[in-house]
Write a protein that binds this ligand. Sequence first.
Ligand code: PMP
Ligand code: GLN
Length: 383
Amino acid sequence: LNPDFAGLGTTIFTTMSALAAEHGAINLGQGFPDEDGPADIREAAARAVIEGPNQYPPMTGLPALRQAVADHDRRFYGLAYDARDETLVTSGATEALAACLMAMLAPGDEVVVFEPLYDSYLPIIRQCGAVPRIVRLEAPGWNVPQGALAAAFSPATKLVLLNTPMNPTGKLFAGEELSAIARLALAHDAYVLCDEVYEHLVFDGAAHHPIAALPEMRARTLRIGSAGKTFSLTGWKVGYVSGPRELIATVAKVHQFLTFTTPPGLQAAVAYALGKEDAYYASLAASLQAKRDRLAAGLASVGFTVLPAQGTYFLTVLTDGAGPSFATDVDYARWLTVEVGVAAVPCSAFYAGDNPPQNMIRFCFCKKDEVLDAAIARLAERL
Ligand code: PMP
Ligand code: GLN
C-alpha cells in the first residue's frame, strides 16, 4: 500500500460528524448547510435527469455549463474566458484541486501555501513529489507576513496555492496581499492556483476579488469554484475551473483519468443556477451574514473569544476561559461534542507545521436559526 495514504487518518470532518451522530450532538463541525439550496435549481436537475440524456457528457463538461461559468466570471469579475477551452467542469472543487495540482507539479517543485490550510491540499501536493513551503498566518488578524512570504519563494517555486475567502479563518485576502502574492509569482515565474469556493459567501459589503483579475495574472492563474457552496448543494460535487487554455488543456488531461466527467443532470441544473439574478447572490450572503452574527453573539456570550470572519461558513474561536482547559484542541472538541452536545472542528487539523495552536476551534454557522439557538443554549448550560 502507498504509505502516504495508508498512514493517514480519516478526515476531521468525517470524524467529527460521526462523533456528533454517535452522541446526539448538534453538528456545527463539518461545513454543510442544513437546508438544501433553491427548489428551482433542484427541479431543473430533476427535469434534466427524467428527460435525459443520462449518458457520458463531454469530458470537459456540458457546453451549457462551460458557457455559464464563462458568463459568471465575466459578470462578477470582468474576467474573459473562452467557454470552449478555458473552462473545465469537475466533480467538485476537490477533484479540481487534485487535477490542477497534478497538472502543474513535477517532483521537486515547490508550492507556496498558506496555513491554516484545507485538508486536501498537502496529501495531493506530496503525492506529486512536490514540496510545500508553508507560510503561517497568525490569529486574530490572519495577515500575510510579507517577510515570510518572500522567503518562501525560491528558484524551485512552481506554484502558489491560495484560498480566499479562506477556510477555516473566514479571512478575505486584502487587495494589497493579493498584489504582493502576484508580484512574487511574476518575479518567480510561478503559477497561482486559487481555491475560490466561498467566492459568494462574503459579508459586510466586502467583495471577493480573484487574483486572476490583477494585471498580468490571467495567464498564470487557475481559478476554482464550486456549486456546492454557491447554491447550498454540497452533495452535488459540481466544481469548475477557469484559466488560460494552455493550462486548462493539461488540467483536462488529468481530469480525463480522475473522473472523466460529472453527472449531466447536475451540470445542466448548475448551468441554469449560475445565471440566477443578482438578488439570489445578495440574499445568500445576507442570510449567511445574519447567521454569522447570531452565532458570534451566542459564542461570545458563553465566554469564547470570537475571531472576525469576513466570509465562508465558519467562525473560529479561542477556547481559553470557556469551560475546562484541555491539553489539546482535539480533546476540547471531543469534550464539547460528547459532554456538551455541540460538535465543532479542532483547528489544529488545518495545520501541518510544528506547534499548531491548541486553543482554537471552528464552528459552522450555515444552519437554521433554531439549530444555532439550540447549540448556544446547550453551551450556556455547561460553560
Ligand atoms: N476547498 C475548500 C477551501 C473547502 O472548504 C472545500 C469544502 N467544501 C472544498 C475545497 C471542496 O469543495 P467541493 O465540495 O466542491 O469538492
Ligand atoms: N469543506 C468542508 C469543511 O471544511 C468539509 C468537506 C468534507 O467533509 N470533505 O467543513
